[in-house]
Design a protein around this ligand. Sequence first.
Ligand code: PLP
Length: 322
Amino acid sequence: MSQHNSVTITDVEAAAKRLAGVAHRTPVLTSRTVNDRTNAQVFFKCENFQRTGSFKFRGAYNALSQLSEEQKQKGVLTFSSGNHAQATALAGQLLNIPITIAMPEDAPAVKLSATRGYGGEVVLYNRKQTNREELAQTLLTERGGVMIPPYDHPHIVAGQGTAAKELIEEVGELDLLLVCCGGGGLLSGSAIATKAVLPKCRVIGVEPELADDATRSFHTKTLQTVNNPETIADGARTPYLGKITLPLVLHYVDDMVTVSEEAILRTMFFLWERLKIVIEPTGVLAAAALLEGVVKVPGARVGVIISGGNVDLGKVGQLFLN
Ligand SMILES: *Cc1c(COP(=O)(O)O)cnc(C)c1O
């Protein structure tokens, strides 16, 4: 399995051109407190400020804008625990493409209502009883159209890589880039974008301990899976890396680490308090690896991708009481 050329830096650069003027160039934040605590110089690329509240808009728009006129008319189908749903719905609205999305019925209410708000048609399913890919396939057979999956697609990976590209354009040299990992679209895109311009910069992927399939896949070099993990990081509940993302992660990524549920909660709290920005549980994974000392890099310049900010604020109090 050496298919690591399905996406290249040329694809990321082309995606950046398509996204120019459509996606936000999100801010990079720094914090003296964070630098002191980690003994490093840390740059947060804040994709919680991206359109629809996560980096997923980058990949979705990059993929949808490359469909043929005929494909655009037939519409797009996808499945998502939330952020890819909103991203695809908005991209569809902007490009005039009808969108159908299979979403788990326990997806955060903010994500469900935002997806419907952008005009996406939502089909709910029970994630304990239904395999979402099979369901999506059934819907595809019934309705026709193109399937755009949340991570295992070269145009998605290329689009996701544009966030790291912007970060490096803005801050220059980095010794390390930390990126969260679900299905590996953001991680592989970020690693491709980084290694092309900063070959010495290490790229480390971060997962929840409870959903550590990619970390095990990375270390064993064969695909490992996890079954319906109960992590609060709902964007990282994906059961396995994809056919496209596994070889890319194996080729471009330097290491993979995991963080505990407690570390995720402590980091959410800390970053809300210190950076004054709303970040969802999955969005703090990369930061948690650094702030909790799982990854130690004294004196280094470190990029951290904050991947999203879509969290049910009404339910957040409960998270911190448990
Ligand atoms: C989808 C998502 C992830 C994981 O991205 P993958 O490309 O599946 O690895 C991480 N954080 C947020 C906020 C997401 O929406």
